[in-house]
Design a protein around this ligand. Structure first.
Ligand SMILES: C[S@@+](CC[C@H](N)C(=O)[O-])C[C@H]1O[C@@H](n2cnc3c(N)ncnc32)[C@H](O)[C@@H]1O
Length: 293
């Protein structure tokens, strides 16, 4: 692949709803996404290998955010491949482009697009390479925020070649996020997050709907696996949850759906958990590899 159509700049296409995206895209969240990817990187690399992602391929990173996974994918495909990160958040894409430039990764491109809205009439908005010429797509923690899945699934269906792989990491049951034996306030906080995301059109249990939707579009489920973890408070997956709890409550308070007194009770519960043996259970994350037939 020599042509890199999106190399020089992010393509400004649709108007984008980043201001309504419930996790926001400020510096703090960007850095949290970086720490989060570091914790999940080994799982990503394993499933990418399993899906056959490799050198010279053309891959999409759907809802790429600041591009932490896109950078690893760009390493994987090498200079003869192409990785196109697509997201609606301009600041995240800016970060991706700067990193790609700094690391001299011309194979990594960025496209601004609302993946929850239909593509511009008559095209899917990805003209290079042509529809049907992409080898694979990676999609993590995007579908859960989309009010409609059809635009995303239409894009994947049209973009991938037969035999191409769609690799997903999404939640099937977010309310398994819990702390034992304490955790009453955490349970309230989890319920608050779920309500808030649903109020914004998202579905934190979206993975439960994807199999039927993908089968109907001619995809075959080649692999599925649980990535749910249960561990002591010092294990990486528990630290990942604690990191989320250090930043997201302030956003819910700013939105007026989580009160300072609830936050104080949650803070003291988490402090208790640090002092005693506690078991942290993650939201039920699942991995799926779907092959385009
Ligand atoms: C939790 S982040 C995950 C980012 C990345 N996939 C990762 O795993 O690090 C969710 C991403 O979805 C993007 N997003 C949310 N709604 C979107 C939409 N309608 N169109 C495109 N991107 C969207 C956000 O901007 C954000 O970058």
């Amino acid at each position: 692949m020599s042509a890199h159509p999106h190399q020089s700049d992010t393509v400004q296409s649709d108007l984008h709803p980043s201001d309504s995206y419930v996790l926001g895209c400020d510096r703090e969240e960007l850095e949290r996404l970086g720490r989060q990817h570091a914790i999940w990187r080994d799982d990503c690399r394993r499933v990418w290998r399993q899906a056959g992602f490799g050198s010279g391929q053309r891959l999409l990173d759907l809802g790429c955010g600041p591009g932490f996974a896109s950078l690893d994918l760009a390493d994987l495909v090498g200079r003869h491949g192409l990785v196109l990160g697509i997201d609606s958040a301009a600041p995240y894409l800016q970060h991706l482009r700067e990193r790609a430039r700094h690391l001299d990764l011309p194979q990594l491109q960025a496209l601004q697009r609302d993946l929850g809205a239909p593509a511009p009439a008559g095209s899917m908005g990805l003209d290079h390479p042509a529809p049907g010429a992409w080898d694979g797509a990676w999609c993590r923690w995007l579908a859960m925020f989309l009010p409609q899945l059809d635009p995303l699934l239409d894009l994947v269906q049209q973009a991938l070649r037969p035999g191409g792989a769609l690799v997903l990491h999404e939640y099937v049951r977010w309310d398994t996020f819990s702390l034992h034996p304490q955790g009453a306030m955490l349970q309230r906080f989890v319920a608050c997050c779920i309500r808030h995301w649903r109020d914004h059109g998202g579905d934190p249990d979206v993975a439960s709907r994807l199999p039927a939707l993908l089968e109907r579009r001619g995809f075959r489920l080649a692999h599925g696996r649980s990535l749910m973890a249960c561990s002591a408070g010092t294990a990486p997956k528990a630290l990942w949850l604690q990191d989320f709890l250090a930043s997201y409550p302030s956003q819910l308070m700013a939105a007026g759906v989580w009160s300072p007194s609830e936050q104080e009770a949650l803070r003291s519960e988490l402090e208790q958990a640090q002092r005693h043996a506690s078991l942290w259970v993650t939201p039920a994350l699942v991995e799926m590899v779907w092959i385009r037939c």
